[in-house]
Design a protein around this ligand. Structure first.
Ligand code: PHB
Length: 389
């Protein structure tokens, strides 16, 4: 072969390779899923990861002729990591959407990046109401604490609970839950004996439970993030507060389905309000719980935020024909669908999930397991803190 011919062939091959590369890249749409897969909140990561995989296994990973690839990254629940990972996913991987966010500080840290890069950011777990106000690119598929707390503040005074001590984790979602509960409960004639705020990481509940005991309330209103409830329940029963007749109420986080079975009899009879129970009696939920069980998970309330979040992304991409940015954001807003929790819609103005909130009681089922059994429902609950525009 002539020298010129050889050079020509190499050039042609190189050109073909270059032409092929963007084609390969275009065949894939990447979604960055950032979760705490290690550390004290790893249960949230495990649940959401399994739920996202289940959604794709059931519905397929193709949209607009392309394959959706989920890039799972572990932030260990540390905000600086979340921000660094999000930056890489946006700049290097060119993701069409960010998703996950197991804790409020992690969502707060990432919100400015979503705005700057116009990348839709699907918050699947973090539940402080103000998160969606931090960026117009945030869509939340989980819940807000004021949204799920209001119903128990209505229920309690009608059911003999007049005097309450509040005990919350001392960070944004705890403060949200405390305020929502106190405002509504006192409006309904209840009194607050004491307000307690417990450190978020590695909490020792003993000194706080002593103060609960001293105040002799009808009930303690508790918010601790998913994963921490078992430690609270253990110390509550060790100190005999259940025997002293003090009830536990709150949003459902303290009786998280993921760890409920390990809590034992102390959890029996605990009444909470929440948007999701693994015991929700619908055909779709039964299928969902069975699907999650195949990957070794007992579906919890954070997992549905992941499952539905993936739905919102996939249907959004279908409608935007694979476009990210503003087109995807617009296609996420206003989606209405049946979730394993019940019917939901994504409010186009607030970018929050509007959903039914249930009143549930922990009971032992015929199978010997503990379940949050729904016995009342408040339909179509919006987050009460967002002003409608
Ligand atoms: C939060 O950090 O926003 C958060 C975490 C776990 C929960 C609820 C809220 O169960």
């Amino acid at each position: 072969m002539q020298r010129r011919q050889i050079i020509g062939r190499i050039a042609a091959a190189g050109f073909a390779l270059c032409a092929a590369l963007p084609a390969v890249a275009q065949d894939t749409l990447k979604v960055g899923l950032i979760l705490p897969m290690t550390g004290p909140f790893a249960s949230t990561g495990r649940q959401i990861d399994a739920a996202v995989k289940l959604y794709l296994a059931q519905h397929g990973d193709k949209v607009a002729g392309k394959t959706v690839e989920v890039l799972l990254k572990d932030d260990g629940g540390v905000a600086d990591q979340t921000r660094r990972i999000a930056q890489e996913l946006i700049v290097r991987d060119k993701v069409v959407a960010l998703a996950g966010f197991g804790l409020t500080p992690l969502a707060f840290a990432t919100a400015p990046l979503a705005t700057q890069s116009k990348t839709p950011m699907v918050v699947m777990a973090a539940a402080t109401a103000s998160i969606t106000e931090r960026s117009p690119y945030i869509v939340r598929t989980g819940f807000t604490l004021p949204q799920v707390t209001m119903p128990i503040a209505e229920w309690a005074p009608k059911n003999g609970i007049k005097k309450v001590v509040t005990l919350v984790s001392d960070y944004a979602p705890g403060i949200d839950a405390e305020k929502a509960f106190i405002d509504r409960f006192t409006l309904n004639g209840g009194t607050i004996a004491t307000q307690l705020r417990v450190p978020m990481a590695n909490p020792d509940f003993a000194p706080f439970l002593q103060r609960v005991q001293d105040a002799k309330p009808d009930a303690v209103f508790v918010f601790v993030p998913s994963g921490i409830g078992a430690a609270f329940m253990k110390q509550f029963s060790e100190r005999g507060l259940d025997k002293a007749g003090i009830k536990i109420i709150g949003p459902g986080d303290v009786v998280d389905d993921d760890i409920l079975n390990g809590m034992g009899d102390v959890a029996l009879g605990v009444v909470t309000s929440g948007h999701y129970s693994a015991a929700h009696p619908s055909a779709l939920n039964k299928k969902y719980v069975a699907g999650m069980a195949k990957s070794g998970q007992r579906a919890n309330f954070h997992s549905v935020g992941g499952y539905d979040g993936m739905r919102v992304i996939m249907e959004g991409l279908k409608a935007s024909k694979g476009q990210g940015g503003d087109a995807l954001l617009a296609a996420m807003k206003g989606q209405t669908f049946e979730s394993p929790r019940g019917n939901v819609y994504i409010d186009a103005q607030t970018r929050e999930t509007v959903q039914d909130v249930y009143i549930r009681k922990v009971e032992r089922g015929a199978d010997g397991e503990l379940w949050n059994v729904e016995f009342d429902v408040i339909k179509g609950v919006k987050d009460p803190t967002h002003k409608s525009k």
